[in-house]
Design a protein around this ligand. Structure first.
Ligand code: 5AD
Ligand code: FES
Length: 341
């Protein structure tokens, strides 16, 4: 099935069997194949994205996330436009050519405020790509962001199974609306990213099969996956975290299925294992997303417990990652790192 996946889609039942019965040997087989495909398209180059976590306010109440509105212990902050631009200036000097503005769903950042921020960043750094990751908005907002110059949008679908979606999110969130947003983003010409947590409560081989089928149908330019990690102040505080092995296996399957996709080795993967990001690259990932947020706010952007890099300066993270990538024969590049045309 791993061989078949390289040339054609699997049937739902085949994905389920593969995800239920795979052995360590299968995982390593997929990893080798994924790595070869990654190297064929991207060589030994790893793209970097500077992640700016600009607001920890969120109107949603996702059961897994430390920033959920019902968590009174979450420390809330918003960066000012000046602070955001300072992060970009620092990032640019460090060689970043993509900035990712990520935040909770924060009504303070209206269409007008976001458009202003996007224009400032794209005006100051016209050679950089700008990615937004600010959740579900109406079509007119997305269109205005695109018009203002935003290039990419990350919106993880979290699970492609409606019942599982309901296990992870209370109403009014729905899978149906999430998928509408993703389709709108693609239509508007954003390089679009979906994705999910590995090992989230209620996830099964069946729901993962739906995720892989959904990715096949959407054909996103980016896919973000990382292990679920419990946060102590959420309803899922007692749930087990996702495993390294399953995350690596899924990274490999996604690389084999979606050959040229931009696929990060995430901070969550680096949090559950000290070499998680290196192993993620070796399993088929080709992107890393070090934190560019001001150190003063980093601990407050607490999606899950024990997040790494909350005490390090941006420059430290950049050189740390450069060393880590070199240790496995890869190198960070100063490049926008667009999806191949
Ligand atoms: N563990 C791992 N990932 C999480 N995210 C949110 N909470 C957690 C958690 N507890 C992920 C979600 C979201 C992304 C920004 O962070 O998938 O889309
Ligand atoms: Fe931040 Fe290693 S990447 S300290």
């Amino acid at each position: 099935w791993i061989d078949k996946l390289e040339v054609q889609p699997l049937e739902r039942a085949e994905y389920i069997r593969l995800l239920s019965d795979y052995t360590e040997e299968d995982r390593l087989y997929a990893q080798e194949k994924a790595r070869k495909i990654g190297d064929r398209y991207f060589g030994k180059q790893i793209f970097v994205r500077g992640l700016i976590e600009f607001t920890s306010y969120c109107k949603n109440d996702c059961y897994y996330c430390g920033l959920r509105r019902s968590n009174p212990k979450a420390e809330r902050y918003r960066l000012t436009e000046e602070e955001i631009l300072d992060c970009c200036r620092e990032g640019y000097a460090l060689g970043f050519r993509t900035f990712v503005l990520q935040g909770g769903e924060d009504a303070y950042f209206t269409r007008e405020r976001m458009v202003h921020i996007i224009r400032q960043i794209k005006g100051a750094y016209p050679d950089c790509a700008l990615t937004l990751s600010i959740g579900e908005r109406c079509r007119a907002d997305y269109a205005a962001f695109r018009q203002a110059g935003a290039d990419r949008y990350l919106l993880r679908h979290e699970t492609a199974d409606p019942a599982h979606y309901r296990v992870l999110h209370p109403e009014p969130l729905s899978l149906e609306h999430r998928i509408k947003c993703l389709e709108t983003l693609k239509e508007l010409g954003f390089q679009t990213g979906c994705g999910f947590m590995v090992g989230s409560p209620g996830q099964t081989p069946e729901t993962l099969a739906e995720d892989l089928l959904f990715i096949r149908r959407l054909q996103p330019q980016m896919v973000g996956i990382g292990p679920f990690i419990p946060h102590g102040d959420t309803p899922f505080h007692n749930k087990p975290q996702g495993t390294l092995e399953l995350t690596l296996f899924l990274l490999s399957l996604i690389r084999i299925q979606q050959k040229q996709v931009l696929l990060p080795a995430t901070t969550a993967l680096g949090t559950i294992d000290p070499r998680g990001r290196e192993l993620g690259i070796l399993a088929g990932a080709n992107v890393v997303m070090p934190n560019l947020s001001p150190v003063a706010v980093r601990k407050k952007y607490s999606l899950y417990d024990n997040k790494i890099c909350t005490g390090e300066e941006s420059a430290q993270c950049r050189s740390c990652l450069q060393k880590r990538m070199e240790s496995i024969g890869y190198t960070l590049v100063t490049d926008r790192g667009d999806y191949p045309a």
